[in-house]
Design a protein around this ligand. Structure first.
Ligand code: WTA
Length: 577
Protein backbone atom coordinates (compact mmCIF):
# COMPACT_ATOMS: atom_id res chain seq x y z
CA UNK A 1 0.00 0.00 0.00
CA UNK A 2 1.39 3.38 -0.94
CA UNK A 3 2.11 5.64 2.01
CA UNK A 4 0.22 8.85 2.47
CA UNK A 5 2.47 11.82 2.06
CA UNK A 6 2.27 15.21 3.77
CA UNK A 7 3.90 17.55 1.31
CA UNK A 8 6.08 20.42 2.49
CA UNK A 9 6.27 22.01 -0.92
CA UNK A 10 4.28 25.09 -0.08
CA UNK A 11 5.18 25.25 3.60
CA UNK A 12 7.56 27.86 4.84
CA UNK A 13 10.00 26.92 7.55
CA UNK A 14 12.58 29.35 8.83
CA UNK A 15 15.19 26.67 8.48
CA UNK A 16 18.82 27.55 8.07
CA UNK A 17 20.15 26.42 5.78
CA UNK A 18 17.28 25.09 3.73
CA UNK A 19 17.08 21.38 4.17
CA UNK A 20 14.87 20.76 1.19
CA UNK A 21 17.74 19.21 -0.69
CA UNK A 22 18.31 16.48 1.87
CA UNK A 23 20.46 14.28 -0.35
CA UNK A 24 22.89 17.09 -1.09
CA UNK A 25 23.13 18.21 2.51
CA UNK A 26 23.54 14.65 3.71
CA UNK A 27 26.40 14.08 1.32
CA UNK A 28 28.12 17.34 2.20
CA UNK A 29 27.67 17.27 5.97
CA UNK A 30 30.70 16.47 8.04
CA UNK A 31 31.13 16.28 11.78
CA UNK A 32 34.39 18.18 12.01
CA UNK A 33 32.72 21.18 10.33
CA UNK A 34 29.69 20.79 12.62
CA UNK A 35 31.91 20.64 15.68
CA UNK A 36 33.19 24.14 14.91
CA UNK A 37 29.88 25.53 16.17
CA UNK A 38 30.98 24.53 19.65
CA UNK A 39 33.49 26.41 21.81
CA UNK A 40 36.67 24.42 22.24
CA UNK A 41 39.37 25.04 24.82
CA UNK A 42 43.02 25.01 23.76
CA UNK A 43 44.61 21.63 23.02
CA UNK A 44 41.35 20.20 21.69
CA UNK A 45 39.56 20.12 25.05
CA UNK A 46 35.78 20.33 25.20
CA UNK A 47 33.27 20.57 28.04
CA UNK A 48 29.59 19.99 27.27
CA UNK A 49 28.24 22.09 30.17
CA UNK A 50 30.49 24.97 29.16
CA UNK A 51 28.90 24.83 25.73
CA UNK A 52 25.36 24.55 27.01
CA UNK A 53 25.57 27.51 29.39
CA UNK A 54 28.91 29.23 30.07
CA UNK A 55 29.69 30.38 26.57
CA UNK A 56 26.28 32.08 26.28
CA UNK A 57 26.69 33.62 29.74
CA UNK A 58 29.99 35.09 28.58
CA UNK A 59 28.55 36.37 25.32
CA UNK A 60 25.59 38.16 23.79
CA UNK A 61 23.00 35.84 25.29
CA UNK A 62 23.95 36.48 28.89
CA UNK A 63 20.73 38.30 29.73
CA UNK A 64 18.56 36.08 27.57
CA UNK A 65 16.15 33.77 29.38
CA UNK A 66 17.47 30.23 29.39
CA UNK A 67 14.86 28.67 31.65
CA UNK A 68 11.26 29.51 32.31
CA UNK A 69 10.08 27.19 35.06
CA UNK A 70 6.69 26.38 36.45
CA UNK A 71 6.45 24.22 39.55
CA UNK A 72 3.93 21.54 40.36
CA UNK A 73 2.04 23.99 42.56
CA UNK A 74 2.07 26.75 39.97
CA UNK A 75 5.18 28.54 41.31
CA UNK A 76 7.06 30.44 38.63
CA UNK A 77 10.79 31.16 38.24
CA UNK A 78 12.98 32.45 35.45
CA UNK A 79 16.71 32.20 34.88
CA UNK A 80 18.90 33.91 32.32
CA UNK A 81 21.98 32.16 30.94
CA UNK A 82 24.01 34.28 33.37
CA UNK A 83 21.83 33.13 36.29
CA UNK A 84 22.29 29.47 35.36
CA UNK A 85 26.00 30.04 34.90
CA UNK A 86 26.38 31.49 38.39
CA UNK A 87 24.10 29.01 40.10
CA UNK A 88 25.75 26.01 38.47
CA UNK A 89 29.11 27.46 39.50
CA UNK A 90 27.94 27.51 43.10
CA UNK A 91 26.85 23.90 42.80
CA UNK A 92 30.20 23.01 41.26
CA UNK A 93 32.10 24.64 44.13
CA UNK A 94 29.90 22.83 46.60
CA UNK A 95 30.54 19.36 45.20
CA UNK A 96 34.20 20.10 44.76
CA UNK A 97 34.40 20.99 48.46
CA UNK A 98 32.69 17.70 49.23
CA UNK A 99 35.55 15.93 47.51
CA UNK A 100 34.01 15.28 44.09
CA UNK A 101 36.77 14.59 41.63
CA UNK A 102 37.10 14.10 37.92
CA UNK A 103 35.46 10.82 36.91
CA UNK A 104 33.50 10.41 40.17
CA UNK A 105 29.88 9.40 39.66
CA UNK A 106 27.45 11.88 41.14
CA UNK A 107 23.77 11.05 40.92
CA UNK A 108 20.64 13.17 40.84
CA UNK A 109 17.29 11.92 42.13
CA UNK A 110 14.97 14.89 41.87
CA UNK A 111 11.75 16.02 40.26
CA UNK A 112 12.02 18.56 37.43
CA UNK A 113 13.05 21.49 39.63
CA UNK A 114 15.69 24.06 38.62
CA UNK A 115 18.25 22.51 40.99
CA UNK A 116 18.17 19.28 38.98
CA UNK A 117 19.47 21.19 35.97
CA UNK A 118 22.07 23.23 37.82
CA UNK A 119 23.33 20.11 39.62
CA UNK A 120 23.71 18.34 36.27
CA UNK A 121 25.65 21.23 34.75
CA UNK A 122 27.85 21.51 37.85
CA UNK A 123 28.80 17.84 37.77
CA UNK A 124 29.95 18.18 34.15
CA UNK A 125 31.79 21.40 34.88
CA UNK A 126 33.68 19.61 37.63
CA UNK A 127 34.68 16.83 35.22
CA UNK A 128 32.62 14.32 37.23
CA UNK A 129 30.04 11.97 35.69
CA UNK A 130 26.36 12.81 36.18
CA UNK A 131 23.93 9.96 36.74
CA UNK A 132 20.20 10.52 36.53
CA UNK A 133 17.52 8.67 38.43
CA UNK A 134 13.89 8.94 37.36
CA UNK A 135 11.80 10.19 40.28
CA UNK A 136 9.42 7.19 40.05
CA UNK A 137 12.22 4.82 41.13
CA UNK A 138 11.83 2.93 44.38
CA UNK A 139 14.38 1.13 46.56
CA UNK A 140 15.31 -1.77 44.31
CA UNK A 141 15.78 0.35 41.19
CA UNK A 142 17.81 2.87 43.18
CA UNK A 143 19.99 0.22 44.79
CA UNK A 144 20.78 -1.44 41.45
CA UNK A 145 21.87 1.84 39.88
CA UNK A 146 23.67 3.48 42.78
CA UNK A 147 25.63 0.36 43.65
CA UNK A 148 26.59 -0.62 40.09
CA UNK A 149 27.87 2.89 39.37
CA UNK A 150 29.62 3.29 42.74
CA UNK A 151 27.99 6.71 43.10
CA UNK A 152 29.82 8.96 45.57
CA UNK A 153 27.36 11.83 46.05
CA UNK A 154 23.59 11.94 45.60
CA UNK A 155 21.41 15.02 45.13
CA UNK A 156 17.83 14.49 46.25
CA UNK A 157 15.02 16.14 48.24
CA UNK A 158 13.53 15.28 51.63
CA UNK A 159 10.60 13.41 50.13
CA UNK A 160 12.62 11.18 47.79
CA UNK A 161 15.45 10.74 50.33
CA UNK A 162 13.17 8.44 52.34
CA UNK A 163 13.50 5.83 49.61
CA UNK A 164 17.27 5.83 50.04
CA UNK A 165 17.31 5.41 53.83
CA UNK A 166 16.62 1.68 53.74
CA UNK A 167 19.39 0.93 51.22
CA UNK A 168 22.02 3.33 52.51
CA UNK A 169 23.87 0.62 54.43
CA UNK A 170 24.25 -1.35 51.19
CA UNK A 171 25.97 1.57 49.47
CA UNK A 172 29.42 1.89 51.05
CA UNK A 173 30.71 4.12 48.24
CA UNK A 174 27.96 6.69 48.71
CA UNK A 175 29.67 9.29 50.87
CA UNK A 176 27.22 12.14 50.84
CA UNK A 177 23.50 12.72 50.34
CA UNK A 178 22.65 16.35 49.60
CA UNK A 179 19.04 17.19 50.38
CA UNK A 180 18.36 20.31 48.38
CA UNK A 181 15.13 21.48 50.00
CA UNK A 182 16.61 22.08 53.45
CA UNK A 183 17.85 25.34 55.03
CA UNK A 184 21.25 23.68 55.61
CA UNK A 185 21.68 23.03 51.91
CA UNK A 186 20.54 26.55 51.01
CA UNK A 187 23.00 28.03 53.49
CA UNK A 188 25.83 25.93 52.23
CA UNK A 189 25.00 26.84 48.64
CA UNK A 190 24.72 30.54 49.45
CA UNK A 191 28.21 30.47 50.93
CA UNK A 192 29.77 29.24 47.67
CA UNK A 193 31.41 31.62 45.22
CA UNK A 194 29.55 32.04 41.94
CA UNK A 195 32.64 31.65 39.82
CA UNK A 196 34.25 28.34 39.00
CA UNK A 197 36.97 27.23 36.65
CA UNK A 198 35.20 24.72 34.42
CA UNK A 199 37.38 21.64 34.02
CA UNK A 200 38.91 21.41 30.56
CA UNK A 201 37.79 17.90 29.86
CA UNK A 202 38.90 15.80 26.96
CA UNK A 203 36.07 15.26 24.41
CA UNK A 204 36.26 11.56 25.22
CA UNK A 205 35.93 12.03 29.00
CA UNK A 206 32.74 10.62 30.49
CA UNK A 207 30.04 13.25 31.03
CA UNK A 208 26.85 11.46 32.00
CA UNK A 209 25.34 8.01 32.38
CA UNK A 210 21.84 6.61 32.29
CA UNK A 211 20.72 3.15 33.22
CA UNK A 212 18.61 1.50 30.60
CA UNK A 213 17.07 -1.90 30.09
CA UNK A 214 17.65 -4.82 27.81
CA UNK A 215 16.03 -8.24 27.79
CA UNK A 216 18.34 -9.96 30.21
CA UNK A 217 20.05 -8.94 33.40
CA UNK A 218 19.80 -5.83 35.49
CA UNK A 219 19.78 -2.39 33.83
CA UNK A 220 23.04 -1.36 32.25
CA UNK A 221 24.81 1.97 32.61
CA UNK A 222 25.04 3.66 29.22
CA UNK A 223 27.89 6.15 29.43
CA UNK A 224 28.23 9.23 27.20
CA UNK A 225 31.23 11.48 26.68
CA UNK A 226 31.46 15.27 26.40
CA UNK A 227 31.90 15.07 22.61
CA UNK A 228 28.25 13.91 22.32
CA UNK A 229 27.20 17.55 22.50
CA UNK A 230 28.45 18.01 18.94
CA UNK A 231 25.67 15.69 17.69
CA UNK A 232 23.10 16.97 20.16
CA UNK A 233 23.75 20.54 19.05
CA UNK A 234 23.53 19.71 15.33
CA UNK A 235 20.31 17.70 15.70
CA UNK A 236 18.72 20.40 17.87
CA UNK A 237 19.45 22.87 15.10
CA UNK A 238 18.43 20.84 12.06
CA UNK A 239 15.70 18.55 13.40
CA UNK A 240 14.16 20.56 16.24
CA UNK A 241 14.69 23.65 14.07
CA UNK A 242 15.75 25.82 17.00
CA UNK A 243 16.17 29.53 16.34
CA UNK A 244 17.30 32.28 18.62
CA UNK A 245 13.86 33.77 19.16
CA UNK A 246 12.16 30.45 19.91
CA UNK A 247 10.55 29.28 23.10
CA UNK A 248 10.93 25.55 23.28
CA UNK A 249 9.26 22.88 25.37
CA UNK A 250 10.53 19.32 25.61
CA UNK A 251 8.19 17.42 27.91
CA UNK A 252 10.66 14.61 28.72
CA UNK A 253 12.06 14.05 32.19
CA UNK A 254 15.88 14.08 32.49
CA UNK A 255 15.59 10.61 34.05
CA UNK A 256 15.41 9.61 30.37
CA UNK A 257 17.85 10.53 27.63
CA UNK A 258 15.54 12.96 25.79
CA UNK A 259 15.39 15.21 28.85
CA UNK A 260 19.18 15.42 28.93
CA UNK A 261 20.07 15.68 25.26
CA UNK A 262 17.20 18.04 24.37
CA UNK A 263 16.48 20.06 27.47
CA UNK A 264 19.98 20.54 28.80
CA UNK A 265 22.69 19.89 26.24
CA UNK A 266 21.76 20.21 22.55
CA UNK A 267 18.98 22.75 23.01
CA UNK A 268 20.78 25.10 25.41
CA UNK A 269 23.88 24.77 23.28
CA UNK A 270 21.76 26.36 20.54
CA UNK A 271 20.95 29.15 23.00
CA UNK A 272 17.20 28.52 23.16
CA UNK A 273 14.79 29.62 25.89
CA UNK A 274 13.36 26.45 27.40
CA UNK A 275 10.13 26.06 29.26
CA UNK A 276 10.23 23.37 31.95
CA UNK A 277 7.08 22.13 33.62
CA UNK A 278 7.42 20.23 36.85
CA UNK A 279 3.77 19.16 36.96
CA UNK A 280 2.23 15.94 35.82
CA UNK A 281 0.77 15.29 32.42
CA UNK A 282 -2.72 16.67 31.95
CA UNK A 283 -4.11 17.42 28.46
CA UNK A 284 -5.88 20.72 29.21
CA UNK A 285 -3.11 21.99 31.45
CA UNK A 286 -0.55 21.22 28.73
CA UNK A 287 -2.48 23.18 26.14
CA UNK A 288 -2.77 26.03 28.61
CA UNK A 289 1.04 26.02 28.85
CA UNK A 290 1.47 25.95 25.07
CA UNK A 291 -0.71 29.04 24.92
CA UNK A 292 0.52 30.95 27.98
CA UNK A 293 4.22 30.49 27.34
CA UNK A 294 3.83 31.07 23.60
CA UNK A 295 5.66 27.85 22.82
CA UNK A 296 7.11 27.71 19.28
CA UNK A 297 8.62 24.22 19.31
CA UNK A 298 7.10 21.31 21.18
CA UNK A 299 8.87 17.94 21.54
CA UNK A 300 6.74 15.26 23.15
CA UNK A 301 5.82 11.56 23.05
CA UNK A 302 3.16 9.36 21.42
CA UNK A 303 1.46 8.23 24.65
CA UNK A 304 0.85 11.85 25.64
CA UNK A 305 -0.38 12.61 22.12
CA UNK A 306 -2.79 9.66 22.18
CA UNK A 307 -4.12 10.69 25.59
CA UNK A 308 -4.62 14.22 24.27
CA UNK A 309 -6.43 12.84 21.22
CA UNK A 310 -8.77 10.93 23.54
CA UNK A 311 -9.99 14.31 24.84
CA UNK A 312 -11.49 15.09 21.45
CA UNK A 313 -10.79 17.47 18.59
CA UNK A 314 -12.15 20.50 20.37
CA UNK A 315 -9.42 20.62 22.99
CA UNK A 316 -6.65 22.26 20.91
CA UNK A 317 -9.18 24.62 19.36
CA UNK A 318 -9.93 26.20 22.73
CA UNK A 319 -6.42 27.61 22.95
CA UNK A 320 -4.44 30.19 21.08
CA UNK A 321 -1.67 28.14 19.52
CA UNK A 322 -0.65 30.79 17.03
CA UNK A 323 2.96 30.70 18.22
CA UNK A 324 3.36 26.99 17.64
CA UNK A 325 5.52 26.32 14.57
CA UNK A 326 7.05 22.88 14.87
CA UNK A 327 5.91 19.77 16.77
CA UNK A 328 7.81 16.53 17.21
CA UNK A 329 7.57 13.15 18.84
CA UNK A 330 9.93 10.47 20.13
CA UNK A 331 10.10 7.26 22.11
CA UNK A 332 7.57 4.89 20.58
CA UNK A 333 5.88 4.39 17.25
CA UNK A 334 3.91 7.47 16.24
CA UNK A 335 0.72 6.16 14.72
CA UNK A 336 -0.53 7.78 11.50
CA UNK A 337 -3.81 8.80 13.21
CA UNK A 338 -1.80 11.09 15.50
CA UNK A 339 -0.36 12.94 12.51
CA UNK A 340 -3.72 13.24 10.76
CA UNK A 341 -5.16 14.50 14.03
CA UNK A 342 -2.53 17.17 14.57
CA UNK A 343 -2.89 18.40 11.00
CA UNK A 344 -6.62 18.68 11.51
CA UNK A 345 -6.63 20.24 14.95
CA UNK A 346 -3.40 22.25 15.02
CA UNK A 347 -2.71 22.77 11.36
CA UNK A 348 0.65 20.97 11.37
CA UNK A 349 1.97 17.43 11.48
CA UNK A 350 3.87 15.81 14.33
CA UNK A 351 7.39 15.00 13.15
CA UNK A 352 8.53 11.59 14.29
CA UNK A 353 12.13 11.14 15.44
CA UNK A 354 13.83 7.86 16.25
CA UNK A 355 16.78 7.29 18.54
CA UNK A 356 17.87 5.59 21.75
CA UNK A 357 19.69 6.13 25.03
CA UNK A 358 22.67 4.46 23.38
CA UNK A 359 22.68 6.64 20.23
CA UNK A 360 22.72 9.84 22.32
CA UNK A 361 21.11 11.96 19.58
CA UNK A 362 18.20 11.89 17.16
CA UNK A 363 19.34 9.36 14.56
CA UNK A 364 16.47 9.07 12.09
CA UNK A 365 14.07 11.95 11.66
CA UNK A 366 11.44 13.74 9.70
CA UNK A 367 13.12 17.05 8.97
CA UNK A 368 11.12 20.27 9.01
CA UNK A 369 11.38 20.76 5.26
CA UNK A 370 11.12 17.17 4.15
CA UNK A 371 7.86 15.60 2.96
CA UNK A 372 6.49 13.27 5.60
CA UNK A 373 5.51 9.77 4.61
CA UNK A 374 2.93 9.35 7.28
CA UNK A 375 3.88 6.45 9.56
CA UNK A 376 7.59 6.56 8.68
CA UNK A 377 10.36 7.64 11.06
CA UNK A 378 12.02 9.64 8.28
CA UNK A 379 15.62 9.60 7.11
CA UNK A 380 18.99 9.28 8.87
CA UNK A 381 20.46 12.39 10.43
CA UNK A 382 23.00 14.25 8.32
CA UNK A 383 26.39 12.64 8.74
CA UNK A 384 24.91 9.36 9.92
CA UNK A 385 24.64 6.19 7.93
CA UNK A 386 21.69 3.94 8.72
CA UNK A 387 20.83 0.60 7.15
CA UNK A 388 18.70 -2.46 7.55
CA UNK A 389 20.92 -5.48 8.10
CA UNK A 390 20.41 -9.17 8.73
CA UNK A 391 21.60 -10.91 11.89
CA UNK A 392 25.09 -11.25 10.44
CA UNK A 393 25.27 -7.51 9.80
CA UNK A 394 24.78 -7.74 6.04
CA UNK A 395 22.58 -5.03 4.50
CA UNK A 396 19.33 -6.34 3.05
CA UNK A 397 17.36 -5.10 0.04
CA UNK A 398 14.88 -2.21 0.22
CA UNK A 399 11.45 -3.03 1.59
CA UNK A 400 12.85 -6.05 3.42
CA UNK A 401 12.50 -6.41 7.19
CA UNK A 402 15.71 -6.55 9.22
CA UNK A 403 17.64 -4.92 12.08
CA UNK A 404 17.85 -1.15 12.18
CA UNK A 405 21.57 -0.43 12.26
CA UNK A 406 23.88 2.57 12.32
CA UNK A 407 27.47 2.89 11.15
CA UNK A 408 29.57 3.49 14.30
CA UNK A 409 31.45 6.74 14.62
CA UNK A 410 28.89 9.52 15.09
CA UNK A 411 29.81 11.84 17.99
CA UNK A 412 27.14 10.79 20.49
CA UNK A 413 27.42 7.05 20.16
CA UNK A 414 27.60 5.66 23.72
CA UNK A 415 31.15 5.49 24.95
CA UNK A 416 30.76 2.31 26.95
CA UNK A 417 28.44 0.26 29.13
CA UNK A 418 29.62 0.89 32.67
CA UNK A 419 32.06 -1.89 33.59
CA UNK A 420 30.48 -4.32 31.14
CA UNK A 421 32.70 -4.34 28.10
CA UNK A 422 31.17 -7.58 26.76
CA UNK A 423 27.71 -6.00 26.83
CA UNK A 424 29.02 -3.01 24.90
CA UNK A 425 30.75 -5.27 22.35
CA UNK A 426 27.57 -7.26 21.85
CA UNK A 427 25.91 -4.25 20.16
CA UNK A 428 28.27 -4.42 17.19
CA UNK A 429 28.49 -6.79 14.28
CA UNK A 430 30.26 -6.44 10.95
CA UNK A 431 31.02 -2.78 11.68
CA UNK A 432 27.37 -1.91 12.35
CA UNK A 433 25.77 -0.81 15.61
CA UNK A 434 22.61 -2.91 16.03
CA UNK A 435 19.79 -1.03 17.73
CA UNK A 436 17.64 -4.01 18.73
CA UNK A 437 14.80 -2.52 16.66
CA UNK A 438 13.38 -4.10 13.53
CA UNK A 439 12.26 -2.15 10.51
CA UNK A 440 12.68 -1.63 6.79
CA UNK A 441 13.79 1.08 4.40
CA UNK A 442 11.74 1.94 1.36
CA UNK A 443 13.11 2.82 -2.06
CA UNK A 444 12.97 6.55 -1.27
CA UNK A 445 15.26 6.04 1.72
CA UNK A 446 12.58 6.46 4.41
CA UNK A 447 12.82 4.17 7.44
CA UNK A 448 9.81 2.36 8.89
CA UNK A 449 9.62 0.86 12.37
CA UNK A 450 8.30 -2.66 12.93
CA UNK A 451 9.12 -3.60 16.53
CA UNK A 452 11.80 -4.76 18.93
CA UNK A 453 13.91 -7.81 18.22
CA UNK A 454 14.11 -8.50 21.96
CA UNK A 455 11.74 -8.38 24.93
CA UNK A 456 12.29 -4.75 25.94
CA UNK A 457 8.99 -3.12 26.92
CA UNK A 458 7.98 0.44 26.07
CA UNK A 459 5.18 1.58 28.33
CA UNK A 460 4.08 5.22 28.04
CA UNK A 461 7.36 5.74 26.17
CA UNK A 462 9.43 4.54 29.12
CA UNK A 463 11.85 1.69 28.63
CA UNK A 464 11.45 -1.24 31.01
CA UNK A 465 13.33 -4.54 31.08
CA UNK A 466 11.17 -7.59 31.81
CA UNK A 467 13.92 -9.11 33.94
CA UNK A 468 13.79 -6.22 36.43
CA UNK A 469 10.05 -6.66 36.88
CA UNK A 470 10.35 -10.46 37.14
CA UNK A 471 13.08 -10.09 39.76
CA UNK A 472 10.91 -7.72 41.78
CA UNK A 473 7.95 -10.12 41.63
CA UNK A 474 9.86 -13.14 42.85
CA UNK A 475 10.82 -11.20 45.98
CA UNK A 476 7.18 -11.49 47.04
CA UNK A 477 6.53 -14.61 49.18
CA UNK A 478 3.61 -15.71 47.00
CA UNK A 479 5.67 -15.93 43.82
CA UNK A 480 7.71 -18.92 42.65
CA UNK A 481 8.55 -17.43 39.30
CA UNK A 482 7.27 -14.87 36.85
CA UNK A 483 7.41 -14.09 33.14
CA UNK A 484 6.81 -10.50 32.04
CA UNK A 485 5.80 -9.13 28.63
CA UNK A 486 4.66 -5.89 27.03
CA UNK A 487 1.05 -6.18 25.96
CA UNK A 488 -0.13 -3.83 23.19
CA UNK A 489 -2.29 -1.05 24.55
CA UNK A 490 -4.20 1.64 22.67
CA UNK A 491 -3.08 4.54 24.83
CA UNK A 492 0.21 3.49 26.43
CA UNK A 493 1.73 1.65 23.47
CA UNK A 494 2.31 -1.30 25.76
CA UNK A 495 1.33 -2.18 29.30
CA UNK A 496 3.27 -4.58 31.48
CA UNK A 497 1.67 -7.97 31.95
CA UNK A 498 3.04 -10.57 34.39
CA UNK A 499 2.45 -14.30 34.28
CA UNK A 500 2.99 -15.63 37.78
CA UNK A 501 3.47 -19.12 39.18
CA UNK A 502 2.26 -19.15 42.78
CA UNK A 503 3.64 -20.93 45.83
CA UNK A 504 1.51 -23.89 46.79
CA UNK A 505 0.22 -22.39 50.02
CA UNK A 506 -0.92 -19.23 48.17
CA UNK A 507 -2.55 -21.28 45.47
CA UNK A 508 -4.74 -22.77 48.13
CA UNK A 509 -5.67 -19.30 49.32
CA UNK A 510 -6.97 -18.00 46.00
CA UNK A 511 -9.95 -20.21 45.39
CA UNK A 512 -12.40 -17.45 44.42
CA UNK A 513 -12.10 -14.79 41.74
CA UNK A 514 -12.16 -12.09 44.43
CA UNK A 515 -9.35 -13.71 46.36
CA UNK A 516 -7.32 -14.08 43.18
CA UNK A 517 -7.92 -10.45 42.21
CA UNK A 518 -6.85 -9.29 45.65
CA UNK A 519 -3.55 -11.10 45.36
CA UNK A 520 -3.03 -9.81 41.79
CA UNK A 521 -3.51 -6.25 43.01
CA UNK A 522 -1.15 -6.88 45.89
CA UNK A 523 1.55 -8.10 43.48
CA UNK A 524 1.12 -5.05 41.23
CA UNK A 525 1.39 -2.74 44.19
CA UNK A 526 4.38 -4.66 45.51
CA UNK A 527 6.35 -3.98 42.32
CA UNK A 528 5.17 -0.38 42.25
CA UNK A 529 6.44 0.18 45.80
CA UNK A 530 9.69 -1.75 45.54
CA UNK A 531 10.88 -1.22 41.98
CA UNK A 532 9.34 1.83 40.33
CA UNK A 533 6.09 3.73 40.05
CA UNK A 534 5.97 3.29 36.27
CA UNK A 535 7.36 -0.25 35.88
CA UNK A 536 4.71 -2.34 37.57
CA UNK A 537 2.40 -4.90 35.93
CA UNK A 538 -1.04 -3.47 35.27
CA UNK A 539 -2.15 -7.01 34.53
CA UNK A 540 -1.29 -10.19 36.42
CA UNK A 541 -2.28 -13.69 35.39
CA UNK A 542 -1.68 -16.83 37.43
CA UNK A 543 -0.27 -19.68 35.42
CA UNK A 544 0.75 -23.26 36.36
CA UNK A 545 4.08 -23.26 34.59
CA UNK A 546 6.17 -20.89 32.48
CA UNK A 547 7.33 -21.85 28.99
CA UNK A 548 11.11 -22.29 29.14
CA UNK A 549 13.92 -23.37 26.90
CA UNK A 550 15.74 -26.56 27.80
CA UNK A 551 18.45 -24.40 29.31
CA UNK A 552 15.86 -22.83 31.62
CA UNK A 553 15.32 -19.42 30.01
CA UNK A 554 11.78 -18.05 30.15
CA UNK A 555 10.36 -17.83 26.62
CA UNK A 556 8.49 -14.56 26.79
CA UNK A 557 7.87 -14.74 23.06
CA UNK A 558 5.54 -17.66 23.72
CA UNK A 559 3.74 -15.89 26.54
CA UNK A 560 3.21 -12.97 24.21
CA UNK A 561 1.99 -15.07 21.30
CA UNK A 562 -0.49 -16.83 23.57
CA UNK A 563 -1.67 -13.53 24.99
CA UNK A 564 -2.24 -12.20 21.50
CA UNK A 565 -3.87 -15.38 20.27
CA UNK A 566 -1.12 -15.82 17.69
CA UNK A 567 0.70 -18.98 16.65
CA UNK A 568 3.59 -19.67 19.05
CA UNK A 569 6.13 -20.29 16.27
CA UNK A 570 9.22 -22.43 16.60
CA UNK A 571 9.16 -24.29 19.90
CA UNK A 572 11.88 -26.80 19.12
CA UNK A 573 14.11 -25.56 21.93
CA UNK A 574 11.22 -25.55 24.34
CA UNK A 575 11.06 -27.70 27.40
CA UNK A 576 7.80 -29.65 27.47
CA UNK A 577 5.08 -27.10 28.11
C1 WTA B 1 11.78 3.06 20.75
C2 WTA B 1 14.36 7.10 23.67
C3 WTA B 1 9.33 3.79 17.20
C4 WTA B 1 12.68 2.03 20.05
C5 WTA B 1 14.93 8.30 22.91
C6 WTA B 1 14.04 2.35 20.64
C7 WTA B 1 10.83 4.34 18.84
C8 WTA B 1 13.69 2.71 22.05
C9 WTA B 1 10.95 5.66 18.34
C10 WTA B 1 14.71 3.58 22.71
C11 WTA B 1 10.17 6.00 17.20
C12 WTA B 1 12.26 5.44 20.05
N1 WTA B 1 9.38 5.03 16.67
N2 WTA B 1 10.04 3.42 18.27
N3 WTA B 1 10.20 7.21 16.68
N4 WTA B 1 11.84 6.31 19.11
N5 WTA B 1 11.64 4.25 19.91
O1 WTA B 1 16.49 4.32 25.03
O2 WTA B 1 12.28 0.73 20.37
O3 WTA B 1 14.37 5.23 26.08
O4 WTA B 1 14.94 1.27 20.58
O5 WTA B 1 15.39 6.24 24.03
O6 WTA B 1 12.44 3.40 21.95
O7 WTA B 1 14.26 4.01 23.97
P1 WTA B 1 15.15 4.93 24.86
Amino acid sequence: MAAQVYSKKDKKFPVLPNLADYEKLHAEFNWSEASKELDWFEDGKLNAAYNAIDRHAKGDRKDKLALIWEGAKGEKKQYTFLDLFKLSNKFANLIKNKGAQKGDRIFIFLPRIPYLYTAFLAILKNGSVAGLLFSAFQEQALLDRLSDSGAKILFTNSELAKRVEGIRSKLPELKEILIVDTPEFENELAAQPDSFETVKTDPSDFAFMLYTSGTTGKPKGVVHHHYAIVAQHATAKYVLDIHDTDIYWCTADPGWVTGIAYTILGSWSCGVTSFIDEGRFDPSRWFQKLQDYKINIWYTAPTAIRMIMAEGEDLPKKYDLSHLRHILSVGEPLNPEAIHWSIKTMGMPFHDTWWQTETGCISIANYPTMDIKIGSMGKPFLGMEAAIVDDAGKPVANDTEGNIALRPGWPSMMKTIWQRQEKYDSYFINNWYLSGDRGYRDSDGYFWFIGRSDDVIKTSGERVGPFEVESALVEHPAVVEAGVIGKPDQARGEVIKAFVVLEKEYLDKVKTTEEAQKLKDELSQYVKKHLAGHAYPREVEFIDKLPKTRSGKIMRRILKAKEMGQPVGDTSTLEEY
